[in-house]
Write a protein that binds this ligand. Structure first.
Ligand SMILES: [Fe+2]
Length: 493
C-alpha cells in the first residue's frame, strides 16, 4: 500500500465576530500627536501618509448593504522631527452635507444600499452619490479624494479641510469621471524623463469610452487622449509601461433596469460572464495613439494589478490579482454575514503577452489569497523583483487579510508577517528610504485593525526584512477597514 503524505489542516486564523468589529462606523473626527508608540520611528521617514476608506457604515440609522457605499474618511499621518501627527476627517461632499443637514439617508448607494421605504422609496431615483472614498493623492498643492464614478474632491493637504469638487483647473468636464487608481510613471517620456501621473476615466455603455490623462506632478496636463472599446466596461485599475497604457476589460454585462426600478443597486446589476474572455487593451502612449492592440485571455475577474513591464519589444509581462469570478452582492444579506470559505480567493498571476503571435500565457505565482499590491514607485512600468501585498494568514483558501506579504518574483520566496488572530490588515504603502540603493530599501506602512483593543495601529516595517515591525503607533480609536492610500514625501509635501 502506498502511503500519501497528509498535509496538515490549517485551522481558521480569525473569528467573524472580531472581523466585523472593524466595520463599525467612526463618526469622530480627531487630531493629535500619537503618543503610544512601540519601537522607534525611522529618522529618515519624513512626509505624510494619506489613507482613504469608508468611515460611516450606516447613514443616520440606515445600515449600508456594502461598505463600498460608505462616505470617504481621510486619515493623515504626518511624520516630523517631533513625532507623528494624526488627523482624520470626512470628505464633506455635497451629498454628505445634505444628509447631515437632513439627518437621514437621501441617496442610494451604488453597491446596493437602499433608502428606507423598499422599492417605492427607491424607484426611478437614479441620483448617484459621490462618496469620494477610494483613494487619496497629492497632485501639486491639492490633496484629491478619488472615487471612480465622479470628479475628485479637493482637500487642504495639511488640515484635510474639504475645499470643493474639483475639475482640475478645467481639464475635466462636469460629466467626466476620474478613476481612483492613478499611476506614477517615475521617468515619463512625455515629461523629459521626470515623473508624471497618469489616470483614466470610463464612460461605460454599449460601447465604452476610456479617457486617459497624463499630468506633471504640479498638475499640468501633458497629454490627453481617448479610446472607444466595444461593450460594457467595468475597469477599476490599469497599468502603464513606457510605451503602453493597458486595460483589462473584465467580461461583464450590465442591465440597469433593476436599479432604475428601485430593486437593486447599480453595482448589483453587473453580471460577470464567466465563460467569456477578458480583453486586454494596449493603447500606445505616443501620439497619434493609434494601432491599439487587443488580446484575449481567460483572466477571471480583476480589481487590482501589481505591475507591467516590457520584457522586449514584443513581449509584455503583467502581474495581477485574479479571482475565478466576481462575487455577486446579495441584496438580501448583509456583507457582515459573509462566508469567506465560499468566496473565490484573489491570487497573484503573471500574464505573458506575446505581441508577435497575439498570444497570452497565464501562470499562477502564489497560492495564497492576496489583495492590495504595492511596489517600489521607481519600478512602476519597469522590470521589478519585490512585491508587497496584503495577505491571508493561511497559505490557501479565502479569508480576511491578516498579514503583510513580501514576495520575491525572482525566487518565488515569500516572507509573511501575520497579525492573526486578532489583527486585520489592509494595503501596505511603500516609502523608499532616503538613502535607498536596493529595490527593497523601503519603509512599509500598514494600517492594522486590532480587534482585541478595538483600535487601529500604524505598523512600520523595514522592507528588507519584515519578520518584525520597526515601530507600532497605536491610535486612540479604530479606523474602519480602508481602501487605498499614498505617501507624500518631504519633497512634495
Ligand atoms: Fe482599488
Amino acid at each position: 500500500m502506498v502511503q500519501t503524505e497528509k498535509k496538515p489542516v490549517e485551522t481558521k486564523s480569525y473569528s467573524l465576530e472580531d472581523w466585523r468589529k472593524g466595520y463599525e462606523s467612526q463618526p469622530q473626527e480627531k487630531e493629535y500627536w500619537i503618543e503610544d508608540i512601540e519601537g522607534e520611528i525611522p529618522a529618515d521617514l519624513r512626509g505624510t501618509l494619506y489613507r482613504n476608506g469608508p468611515g460611516l457604515l450606516e447613514v443616520y440609522g440606515t445600515p449600508l448593504n456594502h461598505p463600498f457605499d460608505g462616505d470617504g474618511m481621510i486619515c493623515s499621518f504626518k511624520f516630523t522631527d517631533e513625532g507623528c501627527y494624526f488627523r482624520n476627517s470626512y470628505v464633506k461632499t455635497k451629498e454628505y452635507l445634505e444628509e447631515k443637514q437632513a439627518q437621514k439617508m437621501l441617496y442610494r448607494g451604488v453597491f446596493g444600499s437602499q433608502k428606507p421605504g423598499g422599492i417605492l422609496g427607491n424607484i426611478f431615483d437614479i441620483k448617484v452619490k459621490n462618496i469620494a472614498n477610494t483613494n487619496v493623492i497629492k497632485l501639486g498643492k491639492k490633496l484629491l479624494a478619488l472615487w471612480e464614478a465622479a470628479l475628485p474632491y479637493y482637500l487642504d493637504p495639511e488640515t484635510l479641510e474639504t475645499k470643493k469638487i474639483d475639475n482640475l483647473d478645467g481639464i475635466l468636464k462636469d460629466s467626466d469621471v476620474f478613476s481612483a487608481h492613478p499611476r506614477l510613471d517615475p521617468h515619463s517620456p512625455f515629461n523629459n524623463g521626470k515623473p508624471s501621473l497618469i489616470n483614466f476615466g470610463i464612460k461605460p455603455g454599449l460601447s465604452s469610452t476610456i479617457n486617459i490623462y497624463e499630468f506633471d506632478l504640479e498638475g499640468n496636463l501633458l497629454q490627453q487622449y481617448s479610446h472607444i472599446t466595444p461593450g460594457f466596461c467595468f475597469i477599476h485599475d490599469f497599468l502603464i509601461t513606457p510605451n503602453y497604457i493597458i486595460f483589462f476589460q473584465n467580461p461583464t454585462s450590465y442591465n440597469p433596469l433593476p436599479f432604475v426600478l428601485g430593486m437593486k443597486g447599480a453595482g448589483e446589476c453587473l453580471d460577470f460572464k464567466e465563460n467569456e474572455p477578458t480583453k486586454i487593451i494596449l493603447i500606445p502612449r505616443h501620439a497619434p495613439h493609434k494601432n491599439v492592440i487587443t488580446l484575449e485571455a481567460n483572466a477571471g475577474f480583476i480589481f487590482h494589478h501589481a505591475n507591467a513591464f516590457e520584457k522586449d519589444e514584443k513581449t509584455l509581462i503583467i502581474d495581477s490579482v485574479c479571482y475565478a469570478k466576481l462575487s455577486q452582492i446579495n441584496p438580501d444579506k448583509s456583507y457582515k454575514e459573509v462566508n469567506f470559505d465560499e468566496l473565490a480567493p484573489g491570487q497573484l498571476f503573471r500574464f505573458k503577452l506575446d505581441l508577435n503571435n497575439q498570444k497570452v500565457e497565464k501562470e499562477l505565482l502564489n497560492q495564497r489569497c492576496v489583495e492590495f499590491p504595492f511596489i517600489n514607485p521607481e519600478n512602476v512600468g519597469r522590470d521589478y523583483r519585490y512585491l508587497f501585498i496584503g495577505a491571508t494568514h493561511n497559505s490557501t483558501k479565502n479569508a480576511p487579510l491578516q498579514g503583510l506579504l513580501k514576495f520575491d518574483l525572482h525566487t518565488n520566496e515569500e516572507q509573511l508577517y501575520s497579525f492573526a488572530p486578532k489583527g486585520f490588515a489592509g494595503e501596505p504603502v511603500f516609502v523608499p528610504k532616503s538613502n535607498a540603493t536596493a529595490e527593497d530599501d523601503a519603509w512599509i506602512l500598514d494600517l492594522i485593525y486590532d480587534s482585541e483593543n478595538h483600535r487601529s495601529d500604524l505598523v512600520i516595517f523595514d522592507g528588507k526584512d519584515i519578520s518584525q515591525p520597526v515601530a507600532t503607533l497605536h491610535l486612540k480609536q479604530h479606523i474602519p477597514y480602508g481602501l487605498h492610500g499614498s505617501w507624500a514625501g518631504i519633497m512634495n509635501n
